[in-house]
Design a protein around this ligand. Structure first.
Ligand code: CP
Length: 321
């Protein structure tokens, strides 16, 4: 990290990786190391968000992200409300802005939003005083996933700079891929995208990545094999002939692991289509870091709340003077 990049985190919201500097990303990752330490103590709680309210507002399904945001907020002593979209007035036609305005009127300090519309957290962040955290917006970004992935890579392999990461699969529909591409390229990681041309179009080249349509060629000299979920629910047309064909061409098994570097690690954001992107035996190998990613999600999200709270307190102090 260059000296001039060692600046304080300067955002009210966490909307994406694209607008963060390398210094801000490193600050988040370093803070997460400290919070991972907190999570190994007998008492896994600190008072950072005491008296604050966090609302989880998820319009799309989630297991990992929602639960780890909830746990992170509770570990920081916040009040947590999990807004139930399915039984709310959203079902009567209430629009996102009205829902969020109502939540803010009830005293929310943080709104963690997952929504199918790309850009929805950015729109809200301009309109509310609460800090908005993007937990996945359409096909756009999933910033905390990329942060926990970077944290896990650094924990497993050391300094990120100079590593080579292959992202494999449905890049086109993946907000996880976009956030990872932004983060990894900002930190000097070489990124190769692997998949069929229908899922890995040339449009991604300007982001500073290499593109390969064959697995063997793409995995050469790779340190991290990052598998993406085939998102059947987001495909408007059949972009590959069948899951069986995808498995045959791009699925990772123990033999194909050998095409990467000998100590390469395997990652996946989940949920996994077992037997499609990854074979069962690879899932249980020590180099598979998929559950470690989930564990690290709590510390990383604690770090996000911690840095945003610092900005909120700073802004409140300025407003008082
Ligand atoms: N990685 C991820 O976003 O998983 P969930 O959809 O379970 O939150």
């Amino acid at each position: 990290m260059k000296t001039e990049e060692k600046i304080n985190f300067g955002h009210k919201d966490l909307l994406g990786i694209e607008n963060l500097t390398p210094g801000e990303i490193m600050q988040l990752l370093d803070a997460a190391v400290a919070f991972k330490g907190v999570l190994t103590r007998d008492v896994k709680k600190v008072p950072t968000l005491r008296g604050r309210t966090v609302v989880n507002l998820f319009y799309e399904n989630s297991t990992r992200t929602r639960t780890s945001f909830e746990l992170a907020a509770r570990r920081l002593s916040a009040e947590v409300l999990n807004f139930d979209v399915a039984t709310s007035s959203v079902k009567k036609g209430e629009v996102l802005y009205d829902t969020v305005e109502t939540i803010e009127a009830l005293g929310a300090d943080y709104i963690v939003l997952r929504n199918g519309n790309s850009g929805s957290p950015h729109f809200l962040a301009r309109s509310v005083k609460a800090s908005v955290i993007n937990a996945g917006d359409g096909l756009h970004e999933h910033p905390t996933q990329a942060l926990l992935d970077a944290f896990t890579i650094r924990e497993s392999l050391g300094d990120l700079k100079g590593l080579h990461v292959a992202l494999i699969g449905d890049i086109l529909h993946s907000r996880v891929a976009r956030s990872n591409i932004f983060l990894l390229t900002k930190l000097g990681v070489k990124v190769t995208l692997i998949g069929p041309p229908t899922l890995v179009p040339d449009d991604f080249r300007p982001l500073g990545v290499r593109i390969c349509h064959t697995l063997r060629e793409g995995l050469r000299d790779v340190d991290v094999i990052y598998l993406l979920r085939i998102q059947m629910e987001r495909q408007q047309t059949n972009l590959f002939p069948s899951l069986e064909e995808y498995r045959t061409l791009y699925g990772i098994n123990t033999e194909r692991l050998k095409w990467a570097k000998p100590d390469a690690i395997v990652m996946h954001p989940g949920p996994v289509n077992l037997g499609v992107e990854i074979s069962r035996d690879v899932m249980t190998m020590p180099q598979a870091k998929i559950l470690q990613q989930v564990t690290n999600g709590v510390a990383v999200r604690m770090a996000v709340f911690y840095l945003l709270q610092g900005v909120r307190e700073q802004n409140a102090k300025i407003a008082r003077t």
